[in-house]
Write a protein that binds this ligand. Structure first.
Ligand SMILES: Cc1ncc(COP(=O)(O)O)c(C=O)c1O
Length: 394
């Protein structure tokens, strides 16, 4: 008999299923469960973007067709100009930018273009779950630098320096961080730039949440270190900043030689990012009616405060570090004998709330669960009411 399971590619079978997808699938079988698992902003894509696309769909014959592989020239130019302005160095829209189907595609085509067998990729633990499978898929070895909850999930620069070896090909930073909400400061970014320069490795900056810092105004950028502009790669997402998760739009910025290779993978896997989504991204950037259309940012600030208040009321069960950016809290639960997978499953089955087990974000995440507060305030309150009632039964 033909055994399909035995004939599959090991580079895929050795990858574990995403902990987020696993919880979302388990949650979909529990009627009425509220999801605080996946980072989906509850708000609709802002009206000006939806209206702009409706108009284009009515009028424009180009919107249903492929674009050039790297993406709409006018969108690439906007991206290039904005990076050039921040970094103070020239950026060529034809050589340094590719429009992608979300930040995840930018990460995937970059990692598969620069990482090969035996290359080491440094990343922080806990971190965004897909990094490790993408590295393994490319044949590379993830090297994890632990972060500690007791240290507010801040980077320990000595541990980072100790992780660098001659095999280090790339370091991935996510700033602000999913899942910890930690924001790297000038000192950390300067140290990262210095290491990358000294040891000759790439830095991938995942800036999916760069737009969302709470108390510190703006966030420092690796673009302020022109000494690494020849090895800096940026993966950006329109998903969260513009509440556009379903559109699948993002971009990749990087050195010409990297983009050249990444474009081959992009072309073979995708041809181009979805055209309506590229136009939606263009509208998002060019037609913005004010600093915070539809109040998305203000709402996330309120939801961060609400989530923290509700967690404070549950201080017998959880401790946590207040997020400085992004929209996640990685909370430690005070039940030392339960693994985070079991804890998350009990929360799902007994309280009907879906969260991500911390172990899914790395071994340092064990003993924690990740709450996303992208959900509406009503849903957040209802979920925490359920958790409070459940906590009393423990
Ligand atoms: C840190 C981080 N990077 C990348 C992504 C993927 O974003 P996109 O929807 O643009 O693919 C996410 C999504 O949650 C994320 O949290």
């Amino acid at each position: 008999m033909f055994d399909a399971g035995n004939k599959l590619a090991k580079r895929v079978t050795r990858i574990e299923e995403s902990p987020i997808r696993k919880m979302m699938m388990a949650g979909s079988k529990v009627p009425g469960a509220i999801s605080l698992a996946q980072g989906i902003p509850d708000s609709r894509t802002p009206q000006y973007i939806r209206d702009g696309i409706i108009e284009m769909l009515k009028e424009d014959s180009k919107i249903g067709k492929y674009t050039l592989g790297p993406g709409l020239p006018e969108l690439r130019k906007l991206v290039a100009d904005s990076i050039s302005k921040k970094g103070g160095f020239p950026v060529d829209p034809d050589k340094n930018v590719c429009i992608t189907a979300g930040a995840i595609e930018a990460l995937a085509i970059t990692i598969s273009s620069i990482v090969e067998e035996d290359d080491e990729v440094i990343l922080f633990d806990p971190g965004y779950p897909p990094y490790i499978p993408l590295i393994k898929f490319a044949g590379g070895k993830p090297v994890l630098v632990p972060l500690q909850a007791d240290n507010a999930w801040k980077i320990d620069l000595d541990k980072l320096r100790a992780a660098v070896t001659p095999k280090t090909k790339v370091l991935i930073v996510c700033n602000p961080s999913n899942p910890t909400g930690m924001v790297m400061g000038k000192e950390e970014l300067a140290a990262i730039a210095e290491l990358a320069e000294k040891h000759g490795f790439f830095v991938i900056a995942d800036l999916t949440y760069e737009f969302l810092v709470y108390d510190e105004g703006t966030i420092p950028s690796l673009l302020e270190h022109p000494s690494i502009s020849d090895r800096l790669i940026i993966c950006y997402s329109f998903s969260k900043e513009f509440s556009m998760t379903g559109w699948r739009a993002g971009y990749l910025f990087g050195p010409e030689k990297v983009i050249e290779q990444a474009l081959k993978v992009h072309d073979d896997f995708l041809l181009c990012a979805p055209t309506p989504s590229q136009y939606a991204a263009l509208i998002a950037l060019t037609k913005k009616p004010g600093p915070d259309p539809d109040g998305l940012h203000a709402e996330l600030v309120e939801k961060r405060n609400l989530t923290c208040e509700r967690l404070d009321r549950l201080s017998d069960l959880f401790s946590y570090t207040k997020p400085k950016g992004a929209y996640y809290v990685l909370a430690r639960y005070k039940k030392p004998n339960i693994g985070s997978q079991e804890f998350a499953m009990r929360l799902l089955n007994e309280a009907k709330v879906i969260v991500v087990p911390g172990i899914g974000c790395g071994s340092q995440g064990e003993g924690h669960v990740r709450f996303s507060y992208g959900a509406s305030k009503e849903k957040l309150n209802e979920a925490f009411d359920r958790i409070e009632a459940w906590a009393k039964t423990l």
